[in-house]
Design a protein around this ligand. Structure first.
Ligand SMILES: [Mg+2]
Length: 236
């Protein structure tokens, strides 16, 4: 079993002009668990919309996530849910868990070229999170689930839309993501791919890779790191 490298080889990134970052669990660490609040809001939304008990709502929420890529996609398809209302309520969370991360901001700022946030959440959510982290000003554009016509990553049409809208030459771009499946398309398009994993890299990655090995493989992950700031610093 070969694991991806955890330290950047700057030569590998010398050609990169566009830097693409997922938001949740990528620009802030997994253990902050902001998504837990969103997750609970979504359960409450499903329960209210469909007049279900919380347990039943939660099962349906997870089924839609599994079957359609997002809970929202399932709610729109099967129940005609209003996406804006859903997204607004799902992201009504407490951002005070996110503290300014000056080191990350400096590392992003130092990268040569354009920087993007590419999220399955909303612009409002990305702005609130990035603002709390003190890194919002370092990004040129945010591409969200609304811009993606509510079709989430990893659908290849959504990457196409993001790249063409921003005139990104994927041969000169890199993508940072915490979900391995969201790196498959970027890798196929010639991007450098970096998987952000939770702390205690070795343990988690080994576990993850053992699982992946038998299913999708990991050829689409060039690097894996549990420290985005240190990784970015290593590129310059
Ligand atoms: Mg993420």
């Amino acid at each position: 079993m070969t694991l991806p490298a955890s330290h950047a080889d700057p030569r590998d990134f010398a050609h990169v002009r566009d830097w693409v970052f997922d938001l949740d669990n990528t620009l802030y660490p997994h253990h902050i668990n902001l998504f837990d609040q969103i997750d609970r809001n979504m359960t409450a939304y499903v329960a209210t919309l469909l007049q279900m008990e919380p347990e039943e709502a939660r099962l349906l929420q997870k089924r839609y996530y599994h079957d359609h890529g997002t809970t929202l996609a399932g709610l729109m398809l099967h129940h005609g849910a209003d996406p804006n209302d859903f997204l607004e309520k799902a992201h009504a969370i407490d951002y005070s868990l996110l503290l300014p991360d000056e080191a990350l901001g400096a590392a992003i700022k130092a990268l040569p070229g354009r920087k993007f946030i590419f999220t399955n959440g909303t612009v409002a959510h990305a702005e609130a999170a990035a603002r709390a982290l003190g890194i919002l000003d370092h990004f040129d554009e945010i591409f969200d689930i609304v811009a993606a016509d509510y079709v989430p990553k990893p659908a290849s049409a959504t990457y196409d839309k993001f790249h063409s809208l921003n005139r990104i030459d994927t041969a000169h771009a890199a993508m940072f993501e915490d979900l391995p499946r969201n790196l498959v398309v970027p890798k196929a398009l010639g991007m450098k791919t970096v998987l952000i994993v939770p702390r205690n890299l070795e343990e988690v990655v080994l576990e993850q890779w053992e699982r992946l090995e038998s299913t999708e493989g990991h050829a689409h992950v060039d690097y894996a790191t549990d420290d985005l700031t240190a990784f970015l610093r290593g590129l310059i």
